[in-house]
Ligand binder design. Structure first.
Ligand code: ADP
Ligand code: MG
Length: 463
């Protein structure tokens, strides 16, 4: 078996144990660069890929190679390299079709000639699956979006995607529309923000029955309805009533509805119960903050269309410092590139630090231990002494774990430090508390919402 054969089999094997989107993101364009005396060197597209594979998949890779070759693997190394033409493994041969990392960026709609401009001008054609980098933070939402795009009205209806601002909700939602449009250019796809829906509705009501009919037709005569930021419907009872009927009409006719919001349906205050129930009736998927390597790959992809050379070091520097929003991440990179072009220099870390100072400040501005404790206690309405104390009742244990989790993740305190500050707890207790949170957050939407609300509060507290 040559190394291409081995790697093909290894990938085939790994694919069954790793989620599909993650698999494509992290294994596409990998290959066996060299195998010598039991040491395998894997060729990877970037150092971010090597870090990711090392951190998350090393054991699986070793086991898969050993299973395929029957030999003992003594070590894995990684090398950033491109596969030669005959080493490229076509991912279409696997179940996977989309590759988020290697397609060149498309130009935005302004640059397309009117001939190719789809009928549907509400969609931005940059927002496609190919330009979307998948990581653990968004893989569920991404997989659900792909499923919906492949069988609209059938897979999950409605699909409800929620998460904080700037994490890719609009991108994924529009990717569904663009994908469907690419398969069927006559598909009638309507993308609007819920604000537009509200405004259209009010205008229709004010103008009388003729307009109301147009309104109904506009929103009901579609194959796919994509409504962004549905939280804006909150408190608007009449509009909600109309939306309820629109929704039912589409749903009954097996037309796909996709919704996004900044939080999960039950947590949208001022949203009618019957709408909440409808929204939860299909698939609810969240997007959270991307991890470091995912952020780095998003940045790396963005640099592909520019002439400015940006080192991995600088990419990491930005990715490490801007965590909470992909939009901000991209903004920082754009600023860096623009300034580099202007000054005709290649950015190093110092340069990056100088240019990005304001964005970095915002992200790093001294969030402190005190602020976190204070705001979390205020949120949960329990006294600080209880959180730091020894009481074991549920109403206190949960907030206590949330505080530990936030100290760990928001200001990177070590477990022993946290233990010391929180009433002299043992570091293992803290570690268990934090691990428990990691496991429960994805499963418990109330908890997740609590944490994201507290994070919002913290962000506002320091700006
Ligand atoms: P939201 O609607 O959640 O506020 P957007 O969908 O507008 O966020 O995303 C903000 C920006 O970040 C967009 O330019 C989008 O293309 C980009 N983006 C977000 N997530 C990803 C991702 N996983 N891969 C690539 N780009 C992303
Ligand atoms: Mg959006």
């Amino acid at each position: 078996m040559d190394s291409l054969e081995i790697w093909k089999k290894v990938l085939g094997n790994l694919e069954t144990s790793i989620s599909r989107p993650n698999f494509v993101t992290w294994f596409k364009d990998t290959f066996i660069y060299e195998a010598k005396k039991g040491i395998y060197t894997i060729g990877v597209p970037s150092i971010f890929h090597s870090e990711r594979l090392k951190k998350w998949h090393e054991k699986e890779i070793i086991k898969a190679i050993e299973d395929q070759t029957g030999d003992k693997v003594l070590g894995l190394k990684y090398k950033v390299a491109s596969p030669s033409a005959d080493q490229v493994i076509k991912f279409d041969n696997f179940k996977v079709i989309h590759s988020p990392v290697d397609k060149p960026e498309k130009k935005t709609s302004q640059n397309i000639s009117s001939q190719t401009l789809p009928k549907n001008t509400t969609l931005n054609d940059y927002y496609v699956f190919e330009n979307f980098v998948v990581g653990t933070s968004n893989q569920l939402a991404h997989a659900a979006a792909e499923a919906v795009a492949n069988s609209p009205g059938d897979a999950y209806n409605p699909l409800f995607i929620y998460g904080d601002s700037g994490l890719g909700k609009t991108h994924l939602m529009q990717a569904i529309g663009n994908h469907i449009l690419s398969k069927n250019e006559d598909a009638n796809i309507l993308y609007v923000s819920s604000e537009t829906f509200v405004n259209d509705f009010i205008a229709a009501v004010e103008a009388g029955s003729g307009r109301a009919k147009d309104f109904k037709k506009h929103y009901r005569d579609v194959d796919i309805l994509l409504i962004d930021d549905i939280q804006f419907l909150s408190g608007k009872e009449q509009t909600q009533d109309e939306f309820f009927h629109t929704f039912n009409h589409l749903h009954q006719n097996k037309k796909q509805v996709v919704l996004t919001a900044d939080r999960y349906p039950k947590a949208i205050r001022g949203l009618e119960k019957r709408l909440q129930t409808r929204f939860e009736g299909g698939m609810v998927a969240d997007i959270s903050e991307p991890d470091l390597e995912t952020r780095a790959v998003i940045l790396r992809n963005k640099t592909k269309s520019t002439n400015v050379e940006i080192s991995d070091e600088v990419i990491y520097f930005i990715a490490e410092n801007i965590k909470s929003s992909v939009r901000e991440l991209e903004g920082a990179l754009t600023k860096l590139i623009a300034t580099s072009e202007l000054r005709k220099t290649t950015p190093d870390i110092e340069f990056a630090r100088e240019i990005l100072e304001s964005s970095l400040e915002k992200n790093q501005k001294s969030l402190t231990y005190d602020v976190i404790i204070k705001e979390a206690c205020k949120y949960y309405k329990i006294p600080k002494e209880d959180v730091l104390g020894q009481k074991r009742n549920k109403e206190i244990v949960r907030p206590r774990q949330v505080v530990m989790f936030l100290l760990r993740h928001e200001i990177n305190m070590s477990y022993p430090e946290i233990g010391k500050e929180m009433g002299g707890r043992d570091h293992t207790t803290v570690m268990h508390g934090c691990e428990k949170m990691e496991i429960e957050i994805p499963k418990d939407s109330k908890l997740k919402d609590d944490i994201s609300t507290i994070k919002d509060i913290l962000r506002n507290a320091i700006t």
